[in-house]
Structures are given as C-alpha cells and as structure tokens.
Design a protein around this ligand. Structure first.
Ligand SMILES: Cc1ncc(COP(=O)(O)O)c(C=O)c1O
Length: 384
C-alpha cells in the first residue's frame, strides 16, 4: 500500500467478499468472522432487507443536503430515539461525540467535562481530548481544554461530579479499553449524581449500541437515564452514519446555524439505517440474549479455566477474553487467522469478540470451540 498513510497496523490478507458471517480473502480463503468490521456489520455481509432498502434509495436520490426536510431522517430518528429525544445525524462515532461535546457546553453554558481513564471516544480533537488514553493523545497537544479524567468503576470518581461540569461522558462497557464492564451500582450512582448536580450524562453507545449487548442500547441493561446518547458503527451495517440523540429540553442550543455537516443524514446511509432498525425487533434482541447465554456458558466451560486466561468480561455478544501476559494476543489472533477465523484485540492483552449478531448459535459455538483449541495448544507450551 505505497500510496496510503501507514496509520493502521494491518493483517496480511485482503478481504474481497463476504456472505452472512463469513469473509473471503483474495486467495479465496474463507473466514468465520468474529469482528463485524469492528462492531459494524451486525446484520452480516449479505442482508437482503438492507440491500433492497439501499438499492431502492439508490434508484431515487442519493443526497439532497440538509437544506430540505427529509421524511427518511424523521423515520430513522423515530425508530432510533428513546422517548423524549431528538436526533442529529452525522457520519461517524467521533462526530457524534463532537456533537455531544458541543451541545453539552452550549446547552449548559459550562465548559468542563469529566471523562474516564481507559475510555475511548474517537480521534478528532474533541473526542480525542475526551479519550482517557495517553497513547492516543501523544504528540497531538494542545488538546481541547477543561477535560478531566477519573478512574472508571472507582467510587472516588463520584466526588469529581460537581455542579461546575457541563457533562460526564462514559461508555457502559469500555470497548477499545479492553471490554471493561461498568459496575451496575456504580453506573447508577454516577447517573444519579449527574442528575443531582445538573450535569448532563452523555453515554457513548458507538460500540455497545444497536443490539450489541442484547438491548438496543447497553445502558438499558441498567436503570440509567442519559441526557445524550451517541451511536454510529452498527447503525448503518457498513454504510457510514452516526447519530447524537439528546433530550428535547436541549433543542434550543442546537438551533439553525449552530452545528452541521454536509453528509449528515445522507439518504443512502439512512436507507441502510432504516432497514437495520426495522430488523432490531424485541424478538431479535431476545435471540441475541439467548445466543449470548449459550456463548458465555461455553466460554466459562472451555476457555475461562485455561491457565493462559485471566478473566472473561462482556455482555451480549461483546466479549473480552483477558489473556495472561505470558502470551501475546496478537499471536492468538494470527493463529486463529491461519485456521480461518477472524478476531480482534483490545487494550490489556484482551482478545475481543464482536461477531455479527445474526451469526447462528451453531457457528458461534464453533468459533468458541476453535478459540479454546488455539488457547489450549498455547496453554500446553507456555510456562506460567
Ligand atoms: C466507544 C467508541 N466511541 C467512539 C468511537 C469512534 O468511532 P469512529 O471510529 O466511527 O469515529 C469508537 C470507535 O471505535 C468507539 O468504540
């Protein structure tokens, strides 16, 4: 790739086609996919309903700008928003978080935001400034000011939620940070303190949203009441779209001219999102929960007891297998690739699994069995 900036450490194969939850590389090798393109293609690689919706829109009009109202935008917003919220459409997760950051400051008239160490919110300046990972920020200072950080799941973090904050931003499960699950009681206390102090609670659902944890949004696994929700990734199943959802009381801060983006609410991306949301039904989510139960049971039986495995985390079909420092997660990923399976890493030597939500239970369990086999073979050769 001579003409491309080397921003990504890449695997050696080029993926050229896909169907259901399988991907095929340029040597015609087929892979069972446990990545979904990093949590994007939750409905797989050949979903007729989405394809028809996009083809239908391609035959009408692709783009009109936001100078004209769009019924499609309103339909998708209606399907996406929890009661009492409005949507702003954009093109990615980082843009959704930029919108949230701007809205929180403008609506409250306050500048300070609290974020969490080990969190990830994107790579643009605002979102990167909210990202609690010095490696990601390295070399890019000065960052956006007035952002402070507390430790995730730490009771002391509650003391940092004071009425001079515009917002607190968090992920319910820190994805890039190593699939670190928020403690339910702690999340509830953070939400309560935010509401008591007049601080907006922004929940970043970019990775956890759109069914990944068995609920439309991960915060619905707990009794939280966010003021702002951000999402992207799986919303378009591969077409670029993001959305910031906020309570109606915030609408006056985002009046005409306050914020915008040319492609936000683009009709092609929205036609995909519409078809995604039409399939994200209560019975689909119940199926995800059932598959998750079977997968975690298999992981607990076959993987958790292995000496090279420190712990297991996650919810729904967002899974972290935390490996012992004696082995490298990249070696495990490479071995699985050799055997025809794609997986992801995350911080702290975590093997991260984000399979398409439509994957059959049989193939999910086949994949878990394959990971167990690879880890077992390493287990025997590693001296702990
Ligand atoms: C929780 C979270 N927020 C924001 C982002 C940034 O999204 P994007 O890469 O679409 O800008 C990501 C991407 O991994 C994410 O996991």
């Amino acid at each position: 790739m001579e003409h491309i900036f080397p921003t990504y450490a890449q695997y050696p194969m080029e993926i050229v086609s896909g169907h259901d939850w399988h991907l095929v590389d340029s040597n015609q090798k087929s892979y069972l996919d446990f990545t979904s393109g990093i949590g994007v293609c939750s409905f797989g690689y050949s979903n007729d309903w989405i394809e028809q919706s996009v083809l239908n829109q391609l035959g009408k009009v692709w783009h009109t700008s936001n100078l004209y109202p769009s019924q499609l935008q309103d339909d998708v917003a209606n399907a996406l928003c929890p009661d009492g919220m409005l949507a702003f459409f954009c093109n990615s997760g980082t843009e959704a978080n930029e919108a949230a950051f701007k809205l929180a400051r403008k609506a409250t008239g306050k500048g300070k935001v609290l974020a969490f160490n080990n969190g990830f919110h994107g790579r643009t300046y605002g979102s990167m400034s909210l990202t609690g990972n010095p490696d990601i920020q390295a070399g890019f200072k000065p960052l956006v000011p007035e952002v402070s950080f507390a430790d995730y799941n730490d009771p002391n973090a509650l003391d940092a939620i004071t009425d001079d904050l515009a917002a607190v931003i968090l992920e319910v499960i820190q994805g890039e940070g190593g699939v670190v699950s928020g403690n339910g009681e702690w999340l509830q206390k953070v939400a309560d303190k935010c509401h008591d102090q007049g601080v907006l609670l922004i929940i970043d659902e970019v990775q956890t949203g759109i069914g990944r944890t068995g609920k439309k949004f991960a915060y619905q696994n707990f009794d939280l009441d966010p003021d702002i929700i951000t999402c992207a990734k799986a919303l378009g199943n591969g077409l670029p779209i993001g959305a910031m959802l906020g309570k109606k009381k915030l609408a006056s801060a985002f009046g005409p001219g306050s914020h915008g983006t040319t492609f936000g609410g683009n009709k092609i991306a929205l036609s995909s999102a519409k078809a995604v949301l039409e399939q994200l039904t209560p019975s689909f989510l119940t199926e995800v929960q059932q598959k998750s139960k079977a997968v975690f049971a298999a992981i607990n039986e076959q993987i958790e007891p292995l000496a090279v495995v420190d712990s297991i985390s996650g919810l729904g079909l967002m899974i972290g297998i935390h490996l012992n420092p004696s082995i490298k997660v990249d070696d495990v990923i490479a071995k699985l690739q050799d055997e025809g399976m794609l997986t992801l890493s995350a911080k702290h030597n975590t093997l991260r699994l984000l399979p398409p939500l439509v994957m059959s239970q049989e193939d999910l369990l086949t994949g878990i069995n394959q990971i167990a086999g690879v880890l077992e073979s390493i287990d025997l050769t590693v001296e702990l």
